[in-house]
Design a protein around this ligand. Structure first.
Ligand SMILES: C[S@@+](CC[C@H](N)C(=O)[O-])C[C@H]1O[C@@H](n2cnc3c(N)ncnc32)[C@H](O)[C@@H]1O
Length: 233
């Protein structure tokens, strides 16, 4: 798939501005959020095209100045890329799939292309705006929601056959909230898959999860491990 020409980028920028203004309650988004670039990523089932903020450090500065959290959503992380590659090879036709901490939406796109009925959630409203745009850009359906994985609203949409998370086990507080929220999200015969680059919080979470879940961990490459959680029989 060829990278879009400047005029297409202008259209994307205009659509994103509208979505971001709405997501931010009417305020003008900071300039680095609309300084976008397009990246093509190859998955086993074909290319995925992702629009994202071009200059992450500039966006970080702008968000810090405004007193906001670091925009970790605004890049694809190696764990998410590896998870998307795994998901792209799994038959998911008609399966209910939840992508937690969806960021730019790569994992959700891979699941939707595999046939899943996808819900992608992120605590960042900006992330959800970009994820929705990226899903549309890649011609896949699916729902997005701006909320925390700990919100009851997510559980009310479940349970899900497959719950996915690319590099979301990085803060011990967030990880504990995730482990507490997980049981009602995963269908009886379902699984939760988390790809992680060996973060300390993830290792602690996986150890704690073994009390409730059967955990299978598999190395995807030198750095990334995929943890598959299933209800302990
Ligand atoms: C390191 S990024 C990973 C993004 C994407 N999954 C990937 O692999 O490229 C972590 C993501 O989790 C989101 N996140 C953090 N805490 C969250 C929470 N409590 N509920 C939902 N999303 C959360 C962040 O906004 C961010 O998009």
């Amino acid at each position: 798939m060829a990278a879009p020409q400047a005029s297409v980028l202008d259209v994307l920028r205009a659509r994103l501005r509208e979505g971001l203004r709405e997501a931010r309650g009417g305020g003008e988004p900071p300039a680095p959020l609309l300084d976008v670039a397009v990246r093509t990523l190859r998955l086993p089932d074909g290319p995925v095209i992702l629009v994202r903020p071009r200059d992450w450090p500039a966006l970080l500065d702008a968000e810090r100045e405004a007193g906001h959290d670091a925009p970790f959503w605004a890049a694809t992380w190696p764990s998410g890329e590896q998870l998307a590659r795994v998901v792209a090879g799994v038959p998911l036709l008609g399966r209910a799939v939840l992508d937690l901490g969806c960021g730019l939406g790569l994992v959700a796109i891979a699941a939707a292309r595999a046939g899943a009925d996808v819900l992608a959630v992120d605590v960042s409203a900006d992330a959800v705006t970009f994820a929705a745009e990226n899903m549309s850009l890649n011609g896949v359906g699916g729902r997005t929601a701006n909320c925390s994985w700990a919100d009851d609203a997510v559980a009310e949409c479940g349970p899900f056959d497959l719950v996915l998370g690319g590099d979301i086990l990085y803060s011990s507080i967030g990880v504990q909230a995730l482990l507490d929220a997980l049981p009602p999200l995963v269908a009886h015969e379902g699984e939760a898959w988390f790809a992680d680059p060996g973060r300390a919080a993830a290792q602690a979470a996986v150890s704690a999860a073994r009390a409730t879940w059967a955990v299978r961990s598999e190395r995807l490459d030198e750095d990334i491990v995929l943890h598959r959680l299933r209800r302990d029989a």
